[in-house]
Write a protein that binds this ligand. Structure first.
Ligand SMILES: Cc1ncc(COP(=O)(O)O)c(C=O)c1O
Length: 396
């Protein structure tokens, strides 16, 4: 019987050995074999990506991580899924596996901060150059391609400013020019968008966010097609990337309710946005909610759902009053990350350039327009709206 993804997520695994409804957490370094021949045969299977139920050594994972790999393989419709200890490890794994000295990578200007930093700072030390393109201008991306372009790295929608791009156009162009494509799909998750089906070579998600959903685990998932599998596997094994069995277990547990949580985040977010769009102090809401907008049309073209993460643009000559608004919120925690059960808030200054951070190059907001990122959690939206209403008064 072919099961829907919602049903599959409730019944992905069965633990026949101990009759538990959940998979065991297998913590292991040494894996024992019955003979040398069995060990050698098993290693051959792993190398050729044959289905296995355990790895030959704990550095590559355990039965628990294989369980998670298999769930994500089905969700992503992937040839293989590599698990990493943090989400960012998955981004680094993709770049370091496939780019070599003399190559260039083209990176969407609105990607997650550390993705900009690795592109701008670290890979330069390996003689790999990065160029940032305007996510609102496909021609800018096209014009920046050279004979050296090895990879196009897209995040959709972009971190903090949430621009949506025409993904099929990017894939088509990249295929024509024989360029590898990577999509950070943490916002959409493979439930709402399947990048590999669209033609991307790699689909990445920070499992720390909606996969885990409970702000207590970290991990990354890099789903790949057959074309890039060997190169990524080569680097993965020799660089010691791995996810622990405990994190894998928590992420499997989170995935069981991914569909339910995402639709509740979305339902709550629509209610909060309905309130926010009537507030004069808010100039713009960066979320695909206006059917006439370009972002809405591109979201609708590719996604089957949305979630709880967006930004509001507050126009104020007094930045301190915006800081006060953020500080006064009681139900929105101030902190990094998102995708957990709870509401969060962050004032984002994307203009700052330091030794470590890379400022946005294509930034359409004025100096007195402040970007506040909100994550709408699973609380009662009425309480969240009351909290916002009370705190918005502090903005001058
Ligand atoms: C869009 C996006 N990609 C990647 C990451 C990195 O994930 P992690 O925090 O799990 O390392 C983040 C983290 O905030 C993110 O927001």
């Amino acid at each position: 019987m072919k099961k829907s993804i919602s049903t599959f997520l409730k019944h992905p695994t069965k633990d026949n050995s101990n009759r538990s409804a959940n998979p065991p957490v297998t913590r292991a370094s040494t894996i024992l074999f019955n003979s040398m021949q069995e060990l050698v045969d098993h290693e051959k299977k792993t190398k050729s990506n044959k289905k296995i139920s355990y790895y030959s050594y704990g550095r590559y994972g355990s039965t628990t991580t294989i369980e998670l790999e298999n769930i994500l393989k089905r969700l992503e419709e992937a040839y293989h899924v590599f698990l990493t200890g943090t989400g960012f490890g998955g981004v680094a794994l993709a770049i370091m596996s496939l780019c070599r000295p003399g190559d260039e990578i083209l990176v969407s200007d609105n990607v997650y901060g550390p993705t900009k930093e690795i592109s701008e700072h670290l890979i330069k030390e390996f003689n790999i150059d990065a160029k940032f393109y305007n996510p609102d201008d496909f021609n800018d991306l096209k014009d920046k391609i050279t004979k050296k372009t090895k990879m196009i790295l897209v995040e959709n929608p972009g971190s903090n400013t949430f621009e949506f791009q025409d993904l099929s156009k990017i894939v088509k162009l990249a295929k024509r020019k024989k360029i590898i494509t990577f999509l950070d799909n943490t916002w959409g998750t493979p439930l709402y968008l399947k990048p590999l089906k669209l033609g991307f070579d790699m689909s990445f998600c920070s499992a720390t966010k909606y996969f885990s959903g409970h702000s207590d685990a970290m991990g990354g998932s890099l789903a790949v097609n057959k074309k890039v599998f060997k190169k990524v596997m080569f680097f993965y094994k020799l660089s010691g990337y791995r996810m622990s069995a405990d994190e894998a277990y928590l992420i499997i547990r989170g995935l069981r309710t991914l569909d339910i949580r995402l639709s509740k985040h979305y339902e709550n977010t629509k209610k909060v946005i309905n309130f926010l769009k009537k507030q004069k102090k808010i100039k713009e809401i960066l979320y695909p909610h206006k059917p006439s907008s370009k972002n809405y049309k591109l979201w609708k073209k590719y996604y089957t759902g949305a979630n709880g993460l967006f930004s509001i643009v507050i126009k104020s000559k007094k930045k301190t009053s915006v800081v006060k608004f953020v500080n006064k919120l009681e139900l929105f925690g101030i902190g990094y990350s998102w995708g957990g059960f709870e509401s969060l808030v962050l004032l984002q200054d994307l203009r700052i350039k330091t030794k470590y951070t890379v400022a946005r190059k294509y930034f359409r907001f004025a100096k007195d327009e402040h970007i506040v990122r909100l994550h709408i959690g699973l609380e009662d939206p009425k309480d969240l709206i009351d909290d916002l209403k009370k705190s918005l008064r502090y903005i001058k």
